[in-house]
Design a protein around this ligand. Sequence first.
Ligand code: GAR
Length: 205
Amino acid sequence: MYKIAVFVSGRGSNLKAIIDRLAQTEKNAEVVCVVSDKLDCPAFKIVESKQIPTYSVSQNENENFLSYTKLVSILENLEIDLIVLAGFLKKIPNILIDSFEKKIINIHPALLPAFGGKGMYGLNVHKAVFEKSVQITGATIHYVDKIYDNGKIIAQKSVDISRVESPEDIASLVLEIEHELLPEVIVKFSEKKIIEKNNRIYINK
Ligand code: GAR
């Protein structure tokens, strides 16, 4: 069984797309826990009835939040194969990156390396894309390293936004793509079809 941990901060529509997609496969990959930087993250509702545990994490451990050190040991005990940042908006601390090298991926709602970096998340990204009058945007899935939105790109999908009238229009077009691309890439990971060659990432058929 290929075990996935999904990290979320908001509504969790990507989390839902992942769970729905994995339910259609041969059941050889599954989401085994959901982690948030929020206590009552709206995305937790999506797994409420599914017996998938949820954890809240913070740099400052207290009675409600786990420390990242404790989270790492929980994820190691669960034998997590892949951590998916699906709208997780906090920077991932080095302890997690060092413990799960090349096992953390992020979805970003633009075509990196443009419109990435600190502060570039959610609607901020789409506003910047709108204001620049960019005509094509999309979604990017990349490895997470110690620098924001910097790791190697695994997959991208684009969308024509030449007719949009607001950043919100862009957000909904991009979200549609995200819901296809992220589950697709996760399935490829579970099938061991994501490989590194020539210092690039390839997805085998
Ligand atoms: C998604 O659009 C995701 O790409 C974005 O947050 C949204 C979460 O939506 N992530 C970032 O901006 C990271 N830089 P969701 O909670 O409905 O999946």
